[in-house]
Design a protein around this ligand. Sequence first.
Ligand SMILES: *Cc1c(COP(=O)(O)O)cnc(C)c1O
Length: 360
Amino acid sequence: MAEIKFVETKNLKEKPDVSKIGFGTHFTDYMFVMDYNTAEGWHDARIVPFENISVSPANATLHYGQAIFEGIKAYRYDGGKKAVVFRATDHLKRLNNSARILDIPEVPFETVHEGLLRLINIEKDWIPKEKGQSLYIRPFIFAADEVLGVSVGKKYKLMIILSPVAAYYAHGFAPVKIMVESEYVRAVRGGLGAAKTPANYAASLHAGLIAHDKNYDQVLWLDGVERKYIEEVGSMNILFKINGEVVTPSPKLQTSILDGITHRTVMDVAKEWGVPAVERKISIDEVIQAHENGTLEEVFGSGTAAVISPVGVLEYKGKEYVIQGGKIGEFAQKMYDYIEGLHTGEIEDKFGYIEVAGEY
Ligand SMILES: *Cc1c(COP(=O)(O)O)cnc(C)c1O
C-alpha cells in the first residue's frame, strides 16, 4: 500500500448546527487527494486541508464530462464510542466499477480505503451526534487533462470530501410523490446507467424540473427503449411490495440502472427476515394493474441519502395512483428503522457492513 501523507492545519473551521443546514453545504477541514498520470499511475496519496482547486479553462471534464463519484455515510456508533463507515468497501468497489465503464484507470483499493478511514478518523468530531444525522462522504474522480481534443484522459484527480448532513426527513419520515416519466429518458441499454457519473444527473435535470413544477418530488424512469419497464428514481432504486413479495428491478438484468448499495442492504435484510424478495423486470403496467386489483401494498425508494423513501403517490400519463391512502407502508417503516439501527449499532451488524474508522 502506498504511503499516505498528512498535511496538518491549525486553521480549523467552526462546526455548524447541522439541523439548520441543507444537504452538502458545509465541508470539513481536510480532504483526501490522489493524482494519476500515465507515467506514474495513481500516486501522491495525501490528506490535506480542504481548499479550492485551480483547473485550466481547458480542463477535459468541464467540456466532456469524464467523471465518476460515490456517496457514502459515516456515523457515531455504539452509543457514540466509535466512528464508523457503512459499507465503505462496497462503495469503493463500485467506484472502480464506474471507473471501468468510463475508461478511468481503477484506483488502488487498499490505499484509497485506508485513506478514507484515516480521513474519517481525523474528522470524527465532524460526525453529527443526533440520530439520522451523518457525515456524508463524497469520493470523486475527474479527468485533469488540459486539452480540447476529445479523448480518454491521461491525467486524473481523485478527491474525497466530507460534509455533515442533517436527517433527510427534517419533518419526520414522510412519503414522497413520484411522477413516472413517459417522455424523457435518463439512460439506455448500452449507455452509462450502471455508472455513478455526472452525465446521468445532467440527463435527469430537465424532467426533474418539470416534475417539480407539477408538484412531484422526483421522477421514476422507465427503460429508454420500450418505455415500459421500471428502472429507478435517478438517485434511488425503487422497490414494490406486491401481494406479500418484494419485487424490484434488477441491476444485473437491466444495465441502465445503478446497482445501489442500499438496495442490496434492503434485499439482504428482507432475506434475513424471511420476506420473499425478487429482482426481476417489472413493467409499469404490472404496477398499475397491482394497484387496480388491490395487491400493490407498498412502493419505496432506497439510497444512501434518504436510506428509505416511502412513495405515497405515483403519477402516470396524467393519472394519480395513491398507494395505500398515501400512508407509510409497514415494511418500509420497519426497514428504515432497522437500517438506521445498523448505522448506529442499536441493531447488531450480522452482515459485516460496518467498518470502524476511529474511537472517541
Ligand atoms: C447513488 C445512486 C443510487 C443509490 O445508490 P446507493 O448506493 O444506495 O446510495 C441510485 N441510483 C443512482 C442513479 C445513483 O446515483
